[in-house]
Design a binder for this molecule. Structure first.
Ligand code: GA4
Length: 328
């Protein structure tokens, strides 16, 4: 059967004066299931990135989360700092991670577990009960989208255990994280600094990232052809990124997508990411379906998510952490 191409969003980009048309795949979750699972696998394989439409997340769940984010970042600096430092959770600004990476942004990093959200909310919002309800509703909704995508991938790859991956995200001990980034507008900065880096190039360590932003552009993804592609924002839809762990699970069939955020606009950009991760003690190895030794052995040594996280935090943002776990 011929796999249909995901319906694309065309983007023109110039590289060495040559115009190239790049098509960011768009996945319509209302499509017929068999076709959908093959299309999702294809998008993960070709780009490690795609846009999702008809996702069923209620508009008000998104709007309320957007309002809470705007309210928090609109607060006075001293108030925001009361919710920090981000070590790694809480309010942070300029510093990304513990090893000297910097960005033109401020952010809130929250563990997606409801108990942790409610505890942390006390330092973030005046009405902490409302804040934690809004975050928990948003997390629940994007978790559903994540699990649907993971179930589709598993089906598309022909893995017999239908919930092999979504089970890890639904686990009460899942180590998933929610991040809200706020990139202040350029007019507050030095003039002429047109393409300042809000968040430097990196891949996400987890399985899958579900991201959305307001209507301000800035996100760029790096393609297999070596091009940085700007992603047009779409506040009502989600963008999905393959993370490092998904690369391992598929034994390199999918590649985690490098991406970055530029602040080149007069308007503030706010983005929110749900990073879907397994429990800390979960062992990460390719799905049995993805290996067939001796011809096609595992490309990676087995490791737990805790070990991978530790390696992640010992390195710089842009470092290639998977190299540490390659099989001989
Ligand atoms: C990138 C993806 C997520 O934002 C994040 C980031 C984390 C952090 O900001 O604390 C890291 C970064 C991210 C990868 C390398 C390490 C860890 C900063 C950093 C330098 C929350 C995550 O899980 O990894």
């Amino acid at each position: 059967m011929v796999v249909p191409s995901p319906s694309p969003t065309s983007i023109k980009t110039s590289y060495k004066k040559k115009k190239t048309i790049i098509k960011i795949p768009t996945i319509d979750l209302s499509m017929e299931r068999t076709e959908l699972s093959e299309t999702v696998v294809k998008a993960c394989e070709e780009y490690g990135f795609f846009k999702v439409v008809n996702h069923n997340v209620p508009k008000e769940v998104i709007a309320r989360m957007e309002e809470e984010g705007a309210e928090f970042f609109g607060k006075a600096t001293y108030e925001k700092r009361g919710a920090g430092p981000a070590s790694p959770f809480g309010y942070g600004f300029s510093n990304i991670g513990p090893n000297g990476d910097m960005g033109d942004l401020e952010y809130l990093l929250l563990h997606a577990n409801p108990l942790s959200v409610s505890e942390r909310s006390k330092t973030i919002a005046n009405d902490s009960t409302k804040f934690s309800c809004v975050v928990n509703d948003y997390v629940e909704a994007v978790k559903e989208v994540t699990c649907e995508i993971l179930d589709l991938v598993v089906e598309g790859l022909g893995v017999p255990d239908k919930f092999a991956l979504s089970r890890l995200i639904r686990d009460v001990n899942s180590d998933s994280v929610l991040r809200i980034n706020h990139y202040p507008p350029l007019n507050q900065k030095v003039k002429g600094n047109k393409n300042s880096i809000g968040f430097g190039a990196h891949s996400d360590p987890q399985i899958l990232t579900i991201m959305r932003s307001n209507d301000v552009g800035g996100l760029q993804i790096y393609t297999r052809d070596g091009l940085w592609i700007p992603v047009p924002p779409d506040p009502n839809q989600f963008f999905v990124m393959v993370g490092d762990v998904f690369q391992v699970l598929t034994n390199g069939k999918f590649m985690s997508v490098r991406h970055r955020a530029l602040t080149n606009t007069l308007k503030a950009r706010m983005s929110m990411m749900y990073f879907a991760a397994p429990p800390l003690d979960w062992w990460i190895t390719p799905l049995p379906k993805m290996v067939s030794p001796p011809q096609n052995p595992s490309l990676y040594k087995p490791f737990t998510w805790a070990q991978y996280k530790k390696a992640t935090y010992s390195l710089r943002l842009g470092d290639s952490r998977l190299d540490l776990f390659k099989a001989q």
